[in-house]
Design a protein around this ligand. Structure first.
Ligand code: PRP
Length: 173
């Protein structure tokens, strides 16, 4: 089994802190719109919105995936979503991990073209050692070294996504 990096309890506590910080970014009567990146972001989104103490709306996008490869093809594209008019909305991108930054950069460009009122980004995991492009990230759950992390939505060849904790495995060869 994967070696534990963050327990379910540590993740739960950090997600509540992130939700509390996020709430201060919007007017009190606003309904922010959360856009999560599939597949990895599904569990983080579910916990994050349940920790929000105000109405929110949600949506999902799918980008071209790395699939079973561990390195990026270099130019991620959106292949599904968003399905909502973002104009003047306070939009929050929800990502499980920012690695090279290429996925987030492409998604931000796409969403900004829809002219949202604001665009924030919250990522659960940040691997700054792997960054290839500079991209704004407003809130980070945990900064981690360059290890192959699975669980809590993240996979290794589609395995381990359902683990309630974050763990480390040897990278696939
Ligand atoms: C992962 C992760 C991010 C992206 C980050 O997705 O969920 O979307 O890579 O990498 P980057 O910063 O180098 O662009 P992946 O393609 O593995 O798809 P998945 O979420 O379906 O596992």
């Amino acid at each position: 089994m994967p070696r534990t990096l963050y327990t379910a309890e540590q993740i739960r506590a950090r997600v509540v802190e992130l939700a509390t910080s996020l709430a201060t970014r919007f007017p009190a009567d606003d309904t922010p719109h959360f856009v999560a990146v599939l597949n990895g972001g599904f569990m983080f989104l579910a916990d994050l919105v349940r920790a929000m103490t105000r109405p929110v709306t949600i949506d999902f996008v799918r980008m071209t995936s790395y699939g079973s490869a561990t390195t990026t093809s270099g130019s991620p594209r959106i292949v599904h979503g968003p399905g909502t008019d973002l104009r003047d909305r306070h939009v929050v991108i929800v990502e499980d991990i920012v690695d090279t930054g290429l996925t987030l950069q492409a998604l931000r460009r796409h969403l900004l073209a829809a002219r949202p009122g604001s665009l924030s980004t919250v990522v659960l995991l940040d691997k700054p050692g792997r960054r290839r492009v500079t991209v704004p990230v407003d809130l980070v759950g945990f900064r981690i070294p360059d290890e192959f992390v699975v669980g809590y939505g993240l996979d290794c060849d589609e395995a381990h996504r359902n683990l309630p904790y974050l763990g480390v495995v040897a990278p696939p060869s």
